[in-house]
Write a protein that binds this ligand. Structure first.
Ligand SMILES: [Zn+2]
Length: 88
């Protein structure tokens, strides 16, 4: 299946349905290489099954979101630390 490579801002809509924070401004630390980037700057792949967000440095899958059967399936095993600003 073809994937569309976009930046993390493209995943904002999906993430906003799950998290009550501005997730594109949250910072994720990659479990693979330790790089920390705001989610809006990460590589996002949108396809029919859902959204995959990858580390731009080492290509580790950081976040995988699938919506199916009336629920979200959120796989965040590639994120070591998620920093969320409390300021709007
Ligand atoms: Zn990485």
């Amino acid at each position: 299946m073809m994937e569309n490579k976009l930046d993390g801002n493209a995943a904002a809509g999906t993430l906003q349905e799950i998290f009550p924070f501005e997730m594109t401004l949250a910072q994720a630390t990659c479990a693979g290489c330790g790089a920390t980037d705001v989610i809006g700057a990460l590589a996002a792949y949108m396809h029919g099954m859902g959204t995959v967000i990858r580390c731009p440095s080492c290509d580790t899958v950081l976040i995988r979101v699938v919506q199916a059967k009336g629920r979200y399936w959120l796989d965040m095993r590639g994120v070591r630390v998620l920093q969320i600003s409390v300021e709007a």
